[in-house]
Design a binder for this molecule. Structure first.
Ligand SMILES: [Zn+2]
Ligand SMILES: [Zn+2]
Length: 388
């Protein structure tokens, strides 16, 4: 019997606007875009933020058969959720077929999403016009409260509390239930009820966690977003199993998101902070929910002296070999075998002894667990990214 497994990939997790500040690289700077491959092979894309470009560039590579049709759920029309559309390469290939789902905005009227496409590519905002987009595009309007099926999956949309409206989506697959509820602010009783109904018993509940509870209560009240604390409360009320903190504020550094995650973990058992490149599989036997994180692009340097043997070729073309000490080493991370299994996205302190030219030197590095695999003899192979 084939075990149904769903794969959820995070291509963009940042809210409001993309960030390129190195202090935000670990969680990532692209705006919202998720991909869910259901057990029946149906490909869903949730939102079209700048993360969509990355998804498209992977897709364009020749290896692997892609499904002929893709179903794209758009939550609302704020820039951070649609900005990736003109840069999504698969839209420029005639063999591809896309089904877009979104609501009729009272500001745009009929065919709201289609109009968004046209507006984004209108002169003088984009170098080529819509005729360059040769993929088949079909648009479906959905309403809050509506349910429909795609393949063997059931999709339900619900209104959330956000300026100019926003839909949350619940996707029920044979491997488990994924709920995507970005961009929502607590405080409206009816819409809070919607959020909880949407998240009812979900295996994965992705919720807006842009602000700290303090910000939400003061300077950011009314901006349409939520906090980790409200997410925990909703997850608890709804009986959701795993909470994913999403839509990180562009001003939140990796350190700030670490703190948000730590606070949430103090109050709820299973929480992750959405991170660009993170993949969650659902339905694997043994471990129902499994998360993996990619390595980071941040490099760091530490003063150290390692004895080294260097061989190469001189300017004159002569091979050489000499003994020396490496003084400045760029460190990104390490793979460490441990008897303990540390928690994913938790911090590790790694102390290393380096034999220097004048006695042993100690190097102390703070790391962040990005991956855990079963190693040999019951040990864990732990991927660590050094953070400072
Ligand atoms: Zn947003
Ligand atoms: Zn928004």
């Amino acid at each position: 019997m084939k075990i149904p497994i769903a794969k959820l990939s995070f291509w963009g997790v940042r809210g409001s606007t993309p960030t390129v500040d190195p202090a935000t690289w670990r969680y990532g700077g692209n705006t919202p875009c998720l991909e869910l491959i259901a057990p029946d092979g149906t490909q869903f894309i949730l939102d079209c933020g700048t993360g969509l470009r990355m998804l498209g560039s992977r897709w364009a590579k020749p290896d692997g058969e892609q499904p002929a049709e893709t179903h794209i759920m758009v939550t609302h029309y704020h820039w951070d959720h649609i900005q990736g559309v003109p840069f999504f390469a698969p839209l420029y290939a005639p063999d591809n077929e896309f089904h877009f789902y979104s609501f009729r905005s009272k500001y745009l009227g009929r065919d709201s999403l289609k109009q968004v496409f046209e507006a984004q590519m209108a002169m003088p905002y984009f170098p080529v016009d819509l005729s360059a987009m040769t993929a088949t595009r079909k648009f479906k309007e959905v309403e809050g409260g509506e349910s429909f099926h795609v393949g063997e999956n059931k999709i339900t949309a619900r209104w959330l509390n956000h300026p100019q409206g926003c839909l949350g989506y619940r996707i029920e697959t044979p491997a488990g239930v994924v709920v995507y509820a970005t961009d929502n602010e607590p405080g409206n009783a009816e819409l809070e009820k919607n959020l909880r109904e949407l998240a009812d018993g979900a295996d994965i509940f992705i919720n807006d966690a842009q602000y700290t509870p303090q910000q939400l209560a003061t300077t950011r009240h009314g901006w349409g977003h939520s906090s980790w604390k409200e997410g925990v409360a909703a997850a608890r009320d709804a009986g959701a199993k795993t909470l994913v903190l999403f839509h990180h504020d562009p001003d939140s550094t990796d350190r700030a998101v670490d703190t948000i995650l730590r606070n949430a973990r103090d109050e709820f058992d299973s929480v992750f902070a959405a991170s660009e490149g993170m993949v969650i599989t659902l339905g694997s036997p043994g471990d129902h929910v499994q998360a993996h994180l990619p390595g980071t692009r941040t490099a760091m340097r530490r003063e150290a002296q390692f004895r080294a043997l260097v061989s190469g070729v001189t300017e004159g073309g002569k091979p050489f070999e000499e003994e020396t000490a490496v003084r400045d080493l760029a460190l990104q991370g390490a793979l460490i075998t441990l008897e303990h299994a540390p928690r994913l996205q938790s911090e590790l302190l790694v102390t290393m002894e380096a034999p220097g030219t004048d006695g042993k030197q100690t190097m102390r590095l703070r790391g962040y667990v990005v991956r855990i695999d079963a190693g040999e003899k019951g040990l864990s192979a732990v991927g660590v990214v050094f953070t400072d």
